[in-house]
Ligand binder design. Structure first.
Ligand SMILES: [Zn+2]
Length: 154
């Protein structure tokens, strides 16, 4: 499930609690119960001009969303990953993570083939929801490629 983040899944819960290096991490996206209050608190502490897609890659805001799931989550929620945090409501931010959680859990169980990407790595191909061509562009300081549909993500 971790394609580009720290290898959190190899650690037991007990080890995780004890590991001081992890103290700064945001709530775990794959936790049985997502700590939504802590996620939103961390998100609101971030730069309000930062794009939501880029912000979701910040492991101190929410731990475990990699580049694939950031793109898929924004698509599921119909939210443009370039939209600044200031213009993303709490409900919209939660919608992204709540949509992506079941898909991430399924892929963690069944492996990467279970991802079935809607927009990730599909630049130029039709969006499965509206048919517009999916776009790709580097985002954020790390310039990670973001995939999104300009037709139905606002
Ligand atoms: Zn679309």
């Amino acid at each position: 499930m971790q394609f580009d983040g720290p290898v959190l899944e190899l650690m037991t819960d007990g080890r995780t609690r004890l590991d001081q290096r992890l103290a700064g991490l945001g709530p775990d996206i794959l936790a049985e119960e997502l700590d939504t209050a802590r996620f939103l608190r961390r998100l609101r502490g971030d730069d309000p001009t930062r794009g939501i897609g880029d912000a979701l890659l910040d492991q101190t805001t929410i731990a475990g969303i990699g580049n694939i799931w950031k793109a898929e989550g924004c698509w599921e929620a119909g939210i443009d990953p370039w939209r600044p945090l200031a213009n993303v409501s709490d409900a919209e931010a939660l919608s992204i993570v709540e949509h992506v959680r079941p898909r991430m859990r399924r892929s963690a169980e069944l492996g990467p083939r279970a991802i079935g990407p809607r927009v990730y790595d599909r630049a130029g191909r039709p969006c499965p929801r509206c048919g517009a061509p999916v776009r790709a562009r580097g985002q954020g300081e790390a310039n990670r490629t973001t995939f999104w549909c300009p037709g139905c993500q606002r």
